[in-house]
Design a protein around this ligand. Structure first.
Ligand code: ATP
Ligand code: MG
Length: 442
């Protein structure tokens, strides 16, 4: 018997989306087309989980229907005519409309060849049964469930199941997607699906770096990515991305601590730096180029390893705040956060934390203009004085603006410029050497 979910749909969809779904159904009917709500949103309706991705499939022409809908509601429309898709942006949400299509894969890992098809074609090209359900939106059939691959049964049995045995060969990104859904939902890979996944894990090599990276980014945006990485480790998936990547109790613990310590938006890049924290420079470079990481991420990853080898210097309890600042100010925040979590030295961690929470924000109260107004001539000396003031402020040696002005003034009167500590020690060492030499030849 056909199952109708109209009353669940009425409760689940936010009112403006429900109203638009009904209008879309009516207009599709008037154009003698059929329209369906598909994919993740149907899955999440059954699970009672929020989902704000409203994907609609049209048997017919999604673009002309989207044009009509957008015109009536005066919403912003973006069309991709090549793909037969359109996005309509409303305040607070958007609708994605796609013309139903069939896909064939010329070779493993290649992007599919696409041609118009019907709903059945559109559903079989999908990744898992739980993502391959559709709800009719045309008025006479509003809310009717189309579940050709028994997705609802699999939801009830909490299973992730592919739709045909070659699924992972056609598109190995599904390997990463499978474990992401499995761990997000607390499901299990269906036995045959798991067997095929293990068989086809090497197919990940057929996928471009950009596509793998995109899937890894999705994993790192999950609430608990360590679960997905742990499973990826167990199934040999991590090893396939790079043989040196490991997921273990240490990593899980660090991810958990990261969530307690840092804000949510910074977590995915921080997780990434923790994931590569134990790689060698060479392994890290291999991983960066395999996944084609963009400059910013690659820089944070490299700096994570560079800082790791310098960490012992930060484990000295006698360091002054200005020394800590000097050691860290050129590093990416993520690299510092990753090392603060990963360091085995509580003192080094405290110093990194001090930098992150306080030292990096310390600014002098006077600026170059103020110094000039005090009569100090423009030139490199101003920069030197400002950096000496900054150092003094970091170390708590000046408190008020008045303190800074006085110090600035006295430094400007002093004959020798204040020297950074390392230069000082170099000169001292040179003097020492010259003393020795002198001593020898005297
Ligand atoms: P999420 O909650 O993670 O966004 P979703 O189901 O909405 O889940 P999307 O990545 O937004 O997932 O993709 C939308 C739909 O497109 C999926 O439900 C699935 O049916 C289909 N899909 C996405 N990627 C693939 C793929 N690699 N192979 C087959 N179908 C896919
Ligand atoms: Mg989605």
């Amino acid at each position: 018997m056909l199952e109708n979910l109209s009353s669940q749909l009425e409760k689940y969809l936010p009112p403006p989306v429900l109203a638009l779904a009904k209008i879309a159904g009516r207009e599709a009917g008037e154009m003698e087309q059929k329209i369906y709500l598909v994919g993740g949103v149907v899955r999440d309706l059954f699970l009672g989980r929020a989902n704000f991705d409203f994907d609609l499939v049209v048997e017919g022409d999604a673009i002309s229907l989207a044009q009509r809908l957008a015109r009536d509601s005066q919403a912003k429309l973006t069309i991709h005519s090549h793909f037969g898709t359109a996005k309509i942006n409303y305040p607070g949400f958007s609708l994605d409309l796609a013309t139903a299509r069939s896909e064939t894969y010329s070779k493993p890992g290649a992007l599919p060849t696409v041609k118009p098809g019907d709903l059945k074609d559109d559903l079989i090209r999908r990744d898992f049964s739980i993502n391959a359900m559709a709800l009719h939106l045309n008025p006479q059939r509003f809310g009717e469930l189309i579940d050709l691959y028994h997705g609802k049964d699999d939801l009830e049995h909490r299973l992730i199941r592919i739709l045909h045995p070659n699924s992972f060969i056609d598109d190995a990104t599904r390997i990463l997607r499978a474990i992401r859904y499995e761990q997000r939902l607390g499901f299990t890979l269906e036995a045959e699906t798991e067997k095929l996944l293990r068989r086809d894990v090497t197919m990940l090599d057929t996928i471009s770096g950009d596509r793998i990276r995109h899937e890894l980014e999705l994993i790192l945006k999950e609430d608990k990515p360590e679960l997905v990485l742990w499973r990826a480790g167990e199934l040999g998936v991590l090893h396939q991305l790079h043989p040196s990547l490991k997921s273990n109790g240490w990593l899980s613990q660090k991810f958990e601590q990261a969530r307690q310590s840092y804000k949510q938006t910074s977590l995915p890049s921080l997780y990434l730096c923790l994931l590569i924290h134990n790689l060698t420079d060479k392994e890290n470079e291999e991983f960066i180029s395999r996944l084609n990481f963009p400059k910013n991420s690659a820089q944070a990853m490299r700096q994570t390893l560079q800082l790791r080898v310098k960490l012992h210097r930060l484990a000295n309890p006698r360091l002054k705040p200005s020394d800590i600042y000097q050691s860290l100010h050129s590093y990416a925040t993520t690299a510092i956060q990753a090392n603060a979590l990963a360091s085995e030295s509580p003192i080094a961690s405290q110093h990194l934390q001090l930098y992150l929470t306080r030292l990096r924000y310390v600014k002098t109260l006077v600026n170059g203009e103020d110094l000039k107004k005090m009569g100090i001539p423009a030139g490199p000396r101003i920069g030197e004085i400002l950096s000496a003031l900054h150092k003094a402020r970091l170390n708590g040696e000046v408190k008020t603006r008045r303190d800074e002005e006085e110090l600035g003034y006295s430094l400007s009167k002093a004959s020798a410029p204040p020297l950074p500590s390392d230069k000082k020690s170099n000169i001292k060492r040179q003097n020492d050497k010259s003393k020795v030499k002198k001593g020898r030849f005297q």
